[in-house]
Ligand binder design. Structure first.
Ligand SMILES: C[S+](C)CC[C@H](N)C(=O)O
Ligand SMILES: N[C@@H](CCS)C(=O)O
Ligand SMILES: [Zn+2]
Length: 330
């Protein structure tokens, strides 16, 4: 990996004025366009059924001002694809395709704005999503951290290994481990990055349900201890948790790590893993995200975006708050 690629992450944060904007809920936006994910593959179904829609949603987030696109691979796994009758080769092609679609969207968007004076956009980076084991289980355990006694470190590493290799081979700028719910899985990710000699900069994000600890009940102090040992992890934070938890967690993480801090909360709604639906609960709108984004930046976050149930308009509100938004092209 060349020097430019190694520093692309830090360079982007600097170019963005000290705080880069991540995109918003990806599955959410696919669903708004009519995709249906009542399925163990959840949004990865779209990689099979409607890849053009994936590209369209990436473009919508770029238009909204996202500096970083997260790929559609959150729940795309080889065992998941195999259980649908696909071959290993077909599954690997779909994983690579998730990166390709985001890179194509980024490149075509950048081609279209690059020469417009004062456009206000940055050339976005593509972060390959690696959802937790709990996401694959599709039983809500990315929010409980309860993987059961038979799941050990080796099992988690085996689960993540081949997908990680295929995604890295496809050439993303970054890696996004998302909704990690316990220390064991954080350790598996860290060890895997080392064992596989992964040079692509990674972030690791935890979910939380109490706003203080990982969903497993383990403290972030012990979780971050594991992560701080790795130079391959460049940022750490929280995703898909209610936004009102973010500020105090940024302060907590600042005490626990020197790594860049990343937050991309959901809307505040709660996922019912059994019923596979979002429960109506306290929900924060775009105006609140605009307000919160400044507080998160002031608290020290370097990457800010949205997760489930947020949309391009949420990202536009965040971008407006953090950098006066991109010039509107419409
Ligand atoms: C981030 S959650 C809403 C993703 C969906 C979940 N893993 C499931 O399949 O039920
Ligand atoms: N990147 C995924 C995260 C789900 S928690 C998405 O936005 O759909
Ligand atoms: Zn989410």
């Amino acid at each position: 990996m060349g020097k430019d690629r190694e520093t692309a992450f830090e360079d982007l944060i600097e170019k963005a004025g000290g705080c880069a904007v991540i995109d918003g809920g990806f599955a959410t936006q696919l669903e708004r366009h009519g995709a249906i994910f009542n399925d163990p593959l959840w949004s990865a179904l779209c990689l099979i059924k409607d890849p053009d829609l994936i590209k369209r949603v990436h473009l919508e987030y770029l238009e909204a001002g996202a500096d970083i696109l997260i790929t559609s691979s959150y729940q795309a796994t080889l065992p998941g694809f195999l259980s649908r009758g696909l071959s290993i080769e077909e599954g690997e092609l779909l994983l690579a395709k998730s990166v390709k679609l985001a890179v194509e969207a980024r490149d075509s968007f950048w081609d279209s704005v690059e020469r417009t004076p004062g456009h206000g956009f940055n050339r976005a980076l593509v972060s390959a999503s690696i959802g937790s084991y709990g996401a694959y289980l599709a039983d809500g355990s990315e929010y409980s951290g309860c993987y059961g006694p038979e799941v050990n470190l080796d099992k988690l590493k085996d689960f993540h290994r081949r997908r990680l290799q295929v995604l890295v081979e496809a050439g993303p700028d970054l890696l996004a481990f998302e909704t990690i719910p316990n220390k064991l899985e954080a350790k598996a990710c860290v060890e895997l990055l080392e064992e596989e000699n992964i040079k692509v900069p990674a972030w690791i994000c935890f979910s939380t349900v109490d706003g203080e600890n990982a969903p497993s009940g383990e403290s972030f102090e012990e979780c971050l201890d594991v992560i701080n040992k790795s130079n391959r992890v460049r940022a750490v934070g929280i995703n898909c948790a209610p936004p009102h938890f973010s500020e105090s967690l940024i302060y907590k993480f600042k005490e626990l790590t020197k790594k860049a801090i990343v937050v991309y909360p959901n809307s505040g709604e709660v996922w019912d893993g059994r019923a596979k639906r979002w429960l109506p609960s306290k929900c924060f709108g775009d105006d609140k995200f605009e307000f919160f984004a400044l507080r998160w930046r002031d608290a020290g976050a370097k990457l800010i975006g949205g997760c489930c149930r947020t949309s391009p308009s949420t990202i536009q509100a965040i971008s407006k708050a953090l950098k006066n938004g991109p010039a509107q092209r419409k």
